[in-house]
Design a protein around this ligand. Sequence first.
Ligand SMILES: [Zn+2]
Length: 108
Amino acid sequence: MAILKCSIREGSGVARLAAWKMKSSRIAIVFGSVIHLYGVSRKEFLANTAWVRHEVRHVRQYREAGLWRFWWRYVTDWVRYGYYNIPYERDAREAEGNPLELEGVEIR
Ligand SMILES: [Zn+2]
C-alpha cells in the first residue's frame, strides 16, 4: 500500500478564518496534504482518532481529485446541499469509524 504523507500546521491563519466562519472555537481544515489547526494543539488533535481519520480522508479526497477540482466540487456542493450534506463531508464522517483509514498514513 502506498504511503499517504500528511503534515500538521498548528495555529494556522487560514484555520482561524475558517473557525470564525464556522463559528467554532477549534477547527481542522485540510489543504492538499496539510492539516491546518486552530484552537487545538497537534497533540490534542492526534489524540482524537475519529477526528484524525476524518481529516486524513479529506487528504485522500484531495489526492484523488486534485487541489482545484476538490475545491470546486466542495464549494459548489456546499451551496447546493449545505455544509452537513456535502458528499466529501459525508464520506469523511463515515471514515471516522473506520480503523483502516489510518493504515499507511504518515503524519509529520
Ligand atoms: Zn470535514
